[in-house]
Design a protein around this ligand. Structure first.
Ligand code: ADP
Length: 159
C-alpha cells in the first residue's frame, strides 16, 4: 500500500525549514500532501490562495507532492482522505511540548493516526514564518529564509 503523509500547517509563508522537512520526508513516504490550514478566526499575512501558490511553485513538477487547503481539524481531513500519517517538524523543546499535546490529542480522536516528527536541520532551527513576516513588514529581504525557487515579492499582499 502506498505510504502517504499529510504535512499540515499555516505556512504563512512557506520557508526553507518547511521545504527541507518535506524533501527529507520523501525518503520515508511515497507521497506527501501539504495541507494549508484555513482558519476563519485567525488573520493571516498571506491569503490562502497566495500560500497555496507559493508552495505549488516550490514543488512544481514533483509528482509525489500534492498541495491542498483545508478547514477544520487535521484528523478529520486525514479520515476523509484516508491518510494515516501526520508529518511535523521539531525545532526546539517548545515545539516538542506543543507537538506532543497535539499528537496525543490527534491519536485519541483517531486511533489509526501516527504522528511522524523530523528534527530540523541545525541551520534551519531558527527559521520561522513569523520572522519572515516581520522582515517583510519592515521592508527587508527575507530571501535567505525562503525556498530559492520563489520570489516572495510576486506574492506580497496588495502587490
Ligand atoms: P503551525 O501554524 O501549524 O505550527 P507552521 O506553518 O508554523 O504551522 O509549521 C508547520 C510545521 O512545520 C510544524 O510542524 C512546524 O514545527 C514545522 N516547522 C516550521 N518551521 C520549521 C523549521 N525551520 N524547521 C523544521 N520544521 C519547521
Amino acid at each position: 500500500m502506498e505510504k502517504v503523509a499529510v504535512f499540515p500547517g499555516s505556512f504563512d509563508p512557506f520557508t526553507i525549514g518547511h521545504e527541507s522537512i518535506v524533501l527529507r520526508a520523501l525518503s520515508l513516504f511515497d507521497k506527501i500532501i501539504i495541507a494549508v490550514g484555513y482558519n476563519t478566526n485567525k488573520k493571516s499575512f498571506f491569503s490562502i490562495e497566495q500560500r497555496l501558490a507559493i508552495i505549488k511553485k516550490v514543488f512544481e513538477g514533483e509528482a509525489r507532492i500534492e498541495v491542498i487547503t483545508y478547514e477544520g481539524l487535521t484528523v478529520d481531513l486525514c479520515k476523509r482522505i484516508n491518510v494515516f500519517y501526520i508529518l511535523r517538524g521539531l525545532r526546539t523543546s517548545d515545539d516538542f511540548e506543543f507537538e506532543r499535546a497535539i499528537g496525543q490529542v490527534n491519536k485519541a480522536m483517531f486511533h489509526k493516526i501516527e504522528s511522524v516528527f523530523l528534527l530540523t536541520d541545525p541551520e534551519h532551527s531558527f527559521v520561522n514564518s513569523t520572522i519572515v513576516r516581520d522582515i517583510l513588514i519592515h521592508n527587508g529581504d527575507p530571501s535567505l529564509f525562503l525556498p530559492k525557487s520563489i520570489n516572495i515579492k510576486d506574492y506580497l499582499p496588495h502587490s
